[in-house]
Design a protein around this ligand. Structure first.
Ligand code: SIN
Length: 311
């Protein structure tokens, strides 16, 4: 008889969860991505109760995330998910671009097994590090019967990869899911679920050029008091293929910036309008000159547009 899949694969990419400081009390002046994923696993003895594999995919501060790492990470995730003995994947990641990696992986792979991003707001050397608990909670979510899709686990909260965003610079519960709210809470190892697991169509890895340097170029520009069109004109001259404008309020755009964006659109650049508010949806009205990005944050809209431009 074939046994149930039980292995959780933990893929390390760096971040504060793997960060160290010279002074134990220093939660800000530290270096991210110093400890290997095997060390992170070893620091949580409770993980010894389950079959765990660890693999280092990258070792970076996530502010430096790039398409080459995304491509490699997506390939490793897809590889391990295809193994029958694997129940789920945990990815240790920095908090700064976690929401982008979560959205990217969900849209590209739409996995039917759980892929759980785990991170920390404090380095591993902190007096009260949050990484070990977040990692343990992430593995519990990856082992949860029926779990599927890309989610993020921090501060006992589980957020859908389609909704998660960082909303605070420092607090341990720095993440939220906008209007959607948390998908679940992890309470002493048990999941209290509020919403369904994320589901979307998979764009598929095959759509992405093998050479990450050839992925479509999409940039974000921001509308604000005194905004102008110079950045948009420079981007167009530099061959940008898509622009997401992070508008004010319900996606409104300063008239000087809007004029340059309309010129860009007329020249064949795809332009989407999102909101810099951090929550809520851009609600379109008749006669809008630029299409709205709906509930997508500017960072999510940039990824979505980039994926759509892949053809
Ligand atoms: C990073 O994103 O890699 C550094 C910051 C963090 O993980 O909190």
């Amino acid at each position: 008889m074939q046994s149930k899949p039980a292995t959780v694969v933990i893929l390390g990419t760096g971040g504060t969860i793997a960060g160290t400081a010279t002074l134990p009390g220093d939660n800000v002046g530290y270096s991210a991505a110093q400890l290997g994923v095997a060390q992170l696993v070893a620091a949580v003895p409770a993980l010894g109760a389950w079959p765990i594999e660890a693999e280092q995919v990258a070792q970076i501060d996530s502010k430096d995330m790039d398409f080459a790492v995304w491509r490699r990470l997506a390939e490793r995730v897809a590889h391990h998910l295809s193994r029958p003995q694997v129940q789920g994947i945990v990815i240790t990641h920095g908090t700064d671009t976690l929401e982008e990696t979560a959205y990217f992986l969900q849209r590209v792979l739409a996995p039917v097994k759980p892929v759980v991003l785990a991170a920390a707001m404090r380095p591993a050397t902190a007096l009260q590090a949050d990484g070990p608990q977040n990692l343990l909670d992430a593995v519990r979510v990856a082992r949860h019967e029926g779990a599927r899709g890309v989610v993020a686990v921090l501060a006992s909260q589980v957020h859908s990869g389609l909704d998660v965003r960082k909303g605070h610079t420092y607090r341990l519960d720095a993440f939220n899911a906008g209007d959607a709210g948390p998908l679940a809470h992890v309470e002493e190892g048990c999941l209290r679920q509020h919403r369904p697991w994320p589901q979307s169509e998979a764009i598929g890895l095959a759509r992405l050029p093998a050479d990450a340097g050839r992925w479509p170029r999409v940039e974000v520009v921001t509308s604000h008091a005194g905004a102008g069109g110079a950045v948009v004109r420079a981007l167009c001259a530099d061959g940008v293929q898509g622009i997401v404008v992070a508008g004010t309020g319900n996606g409104s755009v300063h008239h000087a910036l809007l004029a340059a964006l309309l010129d860009a659109q007329a020249a064949g650049v795809t332009v989407w309008r999102s909101s810099r508010c951090g929550a809520g949806s851009v609600i379109e009205s008749r006669g809008d000159a630029l299409p709205g990005a709906g509930p997508l944050t500017p960072a999510q809209a940039r990824i979505e547009l980039m994926l759509q431009l892949c053809g």
